[in-house]
Design a protein around this ligand. Structure first.
Ligand SMILES: [Zn+2]
Ligand SMILES: [Zn+2]
Length: 586
């Protein structure tokens, strides 16, 4: 459950943190209006690590501009301007914003629901349309603990049909020390950026010809295939069967599943022989049809079915980001069909399965329970019942969790797993969704012990989430230095001179014969140069071979991390790395 801090005015209080950061975004907007008065304001929310504000202005926001704006922001903080809230009726609110020369704000107001309360916050000469809340004075913000980190282009409302605005990102904390630590982390994140590493290590890339549709190169495919093998092995152990369902299915299916009503903006459609078809955005309906292929008995349940299913979802072009946000991705989907009294144990089993996946990569994680959203398609009774089941399971499981009201799927509540990477960022990956609705809509049945027909209940679950995105996360988590079992090249053999060339080739062949991915560097280059290059490619093991090694049948081992390990018998080396690979050590 959410823990409320005793101290309301610290960042431990999420609401205060948000209000503090959002207030800083107002200060930025005020500074922009003071220095560049013709600027039109769009939106300026608090985000995970700070805030941003979108501006429509001719003034290009260069690093120098950002420094000027920071200086002006410090002035505004020093002025200790109180923030005063006031409301206006709709028409007046629109006129007020138009009077200030703010067409974007006026548009936002027009789009608000008829009964919305329209509030403004005023600080000194500056007023912004805003739902709040805010801290009470600009003086609350620490003048030495904020920074404008970057400026980029951003389409109005994220839509590439709209005008390109300029977005300034900033971050702020309550102390200088916290800010410095955060900025270091940003630098580290840049060094680890999967798009950069994906190019440098020749793993994957996105091209203009396929926006949001990633390419995987041979080395990236190695990582992908290893992850898939691991997934298959794990699911086999956990009693799952694997299926594959089509990417294109009749549109009618999506009406039945409810995706049409809830998801069609994100779907791609096509025509085949005059019929209307859709490209699947989710694997569930295919899995339903697969279940329905025959009649099942209660003895067949629980039925655990997995699918590495390629799905397509339309995302706005402004939202695309490397492998993290794409338009085509493979979900490591699993569906469990079960009887009512199997539900709790099955969910517990899935929680443990997901736990083992994250532990393997060294991720810490926390759990959130998201309850049903506004557009939930079942009855109130069903909503309460399904939410209470998940709560009970989580209580049985015993790990603390955060409650996330209204963030579930349209067909049911869910448990989400947020994992924390090596530099402290969190990513939502795994999920377990409880669903009474789809089996109803697709009229799934099984024969009970009583001989009568019954409706199964189902769970939808993923552990990686999107395989592509998970590879992006892993690339950043490991900074490209993948553990041995995932590393595209696991060892490289480097003779010091031409004299040990034959021996080097024999060593490489021996490793290859044991199933290792091995390369040789036979170029006529200095050994120091070869080592540096292999190090840049983050190859876990480098084998340096000279006359002595050739004579003794040994290899001198350098580790990517840890440097020179000295000489050892080739067989001993193979035994050691075989154990490391087979246990999937990190
Ligand atoms: Zn605001
Ligand atoms: Zn599903």
């Amino acid at each position: 459950m959410i823990r409320m801090s005793d101290n309301l005015y610290t960042f431990e209080n999420e609401d205060y943190k948000k209000a503090y950061r959002h207030t800083t975004s107002h200060i930025l907007a005020q500074a922009v209006k003071r220095l560049y008065p013709g600027t039109k304001l769009a939106i300026g929310p608090a985000i995970a690590d700070g805030f941003y504000y979108d501006f429509d202005t001719e003034e290009p926001f260069t690093p120098e501009t950002l420094e000027k704006l920071e200086a002006e922001m410090r002035k505004i903080i020093k002025e200790k301007l109180p923030l005063e809230r006031f409301e206006l009726p709709r028409e007046e609110a629109v006129k007020f914003m138009e009077g200030l020369g703010e067409p974007y704000k006026a548009e936002l107001i027009r789009d608000l629901p008829q009964d919305a309360v329209i509030s403004f916050y005023k600080q000194g000469e500056f007023t912004d349309l805003c739902a709040g809340p805010h801290v009470d004075s600009t003086g609350r913000i620490k003048a030495n603990a904020f920074k404008l980190t970057s400026a980029t282009g951003a389409y109005w409302r994220g839509n590439s049909d709209n005008k390109m605005l300029q977005r300034i990102y900033g971050t702020c904390f309550q102390t200088r020390d916290e800010l410095d630590k955060h900025l270091e982390r940003i630098e580290e994140a840049k060094r680890r950026d999967h798009r950069k590493l994906g190019r440098e290590l020749d793993l994957f890339a996105l091209f203009d010809e396929g926006p949001g549709f990633p390419f995987f190169f041979p080395k990236g495919m190695v990582i992908r295939n290893e992850l898939e093998s691991y997934w298959r092995e794990l699911h086999r152990k956990c009693g799952y069967q694997e299926i594959k369902t089509p990417i294109i299915l009749n549109e009618e299916l999506w009406h039945r599943s409810g995706h049409w009503d809830h998801y069609k903006e994100n779907m791609y459609f096509t025509k085949i022989d005059e019929g209307d078809y859709a490209v699947k955005p989710m694997n569930c309906p295919g899995s339903m049809l697969s279940y329905k292929r025959r009649m099942w008995s209660y003895k067949d349940l629980p039925m655990r079915v997995g699918e590495l299913g390629l799905v397509h979802r339309h995302e706005l072009s402004g939202a695309l980001h490397g492998l993290m946000r794409v338009r085509a991705f493979t979900q490591d989907d699993a569906h469990i069909f079960m009887t009512e009294d199997q539900v709790q144990d099955e969910i517990l089993g899935v929680i443990n399965k997901i736990d083992s996946v994250y532990k393997l990569f060294g991720f810490n994680y926390h759990i959130e329970l998201s309850t049903c959203p506004e557009d939930f398609i079942g009855s109130q009774e069903m909503r309460n019942y399904s939410e209470s089941i998940l709560k009970e399971v989580l209580d049985r499981h015993g790990q603390a969790y955060v409650l996330n009201p209204g963030d579930g799927a349209f067909y049911g509540p869910k448990i989400d797993f947020h994992l924390e990477d090596a530099i402290g960022r969190t990513w939502q990956c795994g999920t377990i969704q409880l669903d009474f609705q789809m089996p109803e809509r697709f009229e799934l049945e099984y024969t009970g012990a009583d001989g009568a027909k019954h409706r199964p209940i189902m769970i939808h679950t993923v552990a990686f989430g999107s395989l592509e995105r998970f590879i992006g996360i892993l690339t950043e988590h490991f900074a490209g230095a993948f553990p041995l079992w995932l590393a595209p090249v696991q060892a490289i053999v480097m003779p010091i001179t031409d004299r040990s060339r034959d021996y080097a080739e024999r060593v490489a062949a021996a490793l290859n014969g044991k199933g290792f991915r091995v390369e040789t560097d036979l170029r006529n280059e200095k050994i120091g140069y070869k080592i540096r290059e292999a190090q840049m490619q983050k190859i876990p093991y480098m084998l340096v071979l000279g006359d002595k090694e050739a004579e003794d049948g040994t290899v001198t081992v350098r580790k990517r991390a840890g440097g020179d390990q000295g000489a050892m018998k080739l067989d001993d080396f193979i035994a050691a790395i075989t154990a490391e690979k087979d246990t999937r050590a990190v």
